[in-house]
Design a protein around this ligand. Structure first.
Ligand code: NAD
Ligand code: WQD
Length: 336
């Protein structure tokens, strides 16, 4: 029996496929390659020393998805496929709702048809909206401040409704904080399309000379150095949390929700410093106005996952920066 990975060619999905293979699981990957490269799949296969069954399929294509379930015995799904750029979602809300929400509905219906009722879903700390305080626990109030966030929140609501109506489902909602890092091999990593929106890939591209300098968005926040504070979690720790969640689901039906974060925050300037150390060169940056919609601080209380899953992030900031730098310096243009 295999684990189906939707979005398995993407940044987090490719790392999940690799760790599952290393853990002895069988996998099958579907991805429409709208924000990724098939090369990632080949590299994962190379690193794992095993072939990776891959189908270029859009999860909204019911017949194609049905064929995947019809030809491979699947026991559970890790659902990473989705669009994730906040700014883009503001300009193209319908595209986000169609891809993320409708895509998930089709996936759930096809799963149900084939008797597969175990799902690990990629949610996001974005469902906490603008948090009133930090650290953030799973029972903080939920809200959405942009269409991307609304798509995640709606999918969470839909999955809660589904578990209430059909208690045999086993669903984990995993709320990621700020995933970063890369497999230590330097063969796979984050390869954003165009100019990165997120801090770490932006810094990495400055370090490698693809971008001239980083704009630090806001230096007057009520934080220790005035810049925004976030909970950066190494992608390998993150995907190991998914495997723990899958094991947890095997022991009980119903829906569980976990923050996947480190439980501590770093400021933008601390990230610039740390990356400079890893790359052995200073990261050129300038202070700039705040970016609209940004919270001053967003970091997790990740103790529920530690208590109930026996999982916690073990990879620190320097290791994360070193791994990103190995990926970026070995692949200055990503997979291209
Ligand atoms: P990514 O864009 O690298 O990976 C997503 C993958 O899904 C891509 O390979 C893309 O081609 C594929 N995809 C998108 N729509 C599809 C569709 N309709 N059918 C088939 N494949 C489709 O993004 P990522 O950073 O790896 O994120 C994975 C998941 O984690 C997403 O759902 C994202 O919202 C969520 N998440 C990411 C972050 C983050 O900062 N990276 C934070 C919180 C949550
Ligand atoms: C981090 C910090 C910026 C870029 C986003 C999504 C969230 C989740 C993770 C998916 C902030 C500052 C950034 C730059 C900067 N994704 N920054 N200069 O905003 O915490 O979260 O990604 O679910 O939903 O909103 O991450 O990496 O964009 O920003 O100063 O060029 O870096 O202001 O303080 P964010 P980020």
């Amino acid at each position: 029996m295999a684990i189906l990975i939707t979005g398995g060619a993407g940044y987090i999905g490719s790392h999940a496929v690799l760790e599952l293979l290393r853990g002895g699981f069988d996998v099958v990957v579907v991805d429409n390659l709208s924000n990724s490269h098939e090369a990632a799949i080949h590299r994962v296969a190379e690193l794992a020393g095993k072939p990776v069954p891959f189908h270029k399929v859009d999860i909204r294509d019911r017949d194609a998805l049905d064929r995947v379930f019809g030809t491979t015995p699947i026991e559970a799904v890790m659902h990473f496929a989705g669009l994730k750029a906040v700014g883009e979602s503001v300009g193209q809300p319908l595209r986000y709702y169609d891809n993320n929400i409708f895509g998930t509905i089709v996936l759930l219906e096809v799963m149900k048809k084939h008797g597969v009722r175990t799902l690990v879903f990629s949610s996001s700390a974005t469902v906490y909206g603008d948090p009133a305080s930090v650290p953030i626990t799973e029972d903080f109030p939920l809200s959405a401040v942009n269409p991307y966030g609304r798509s995640k929140l709606f999918i969470e609501d839909m999955l809660r409704d589904l578990c209430r109506a059909e208690p045999e489902w086993q669903i984990a909602l995993l709320r990621y904080f700020n995933p970063s890092g890369a497999d230590p091999s330097g063969r796979i990593g984050e390869d954003p399309n165009g100019i990165p929106n997120n801090l770490v890939p932006y810094i990495a591209q400055v370090a490698v000379g693809r971008l001239p300098e980083l704009a630090v968005y806001g230096s007057d926040y009520p934080t220790r150095d005035g810049t925004g504070v976030r909970d950066y979690i190494h992608v390998v720790d993150l995907v190991l949390g998914h495997i723990k969640a899958l094991e947890k689901l095997a022991t009980r039906p119903g829906l569980v929700t976990y923050n996947l974060g480190t439980g501590r925050g770093y400021s933008v300037l601390e990230m610039v410093e740390a990356f400079g150390r890893a790359a052995g060169r200073p990261i050129k940056h300038r202070l700039a106005p705040r970016r609209p919609g940004d919270a001053a601080e967003c970091w997790s209380d990740a103790s529920r996952a530690e208590r109930e899953l026996g999982w916690r992030a073990t990879r620190g900031l320097d290791e994360m920066c070193r791994d990103v730098w190995r990926w970026q310096s070995n692949n200055p243009k990503g997979y291209a």
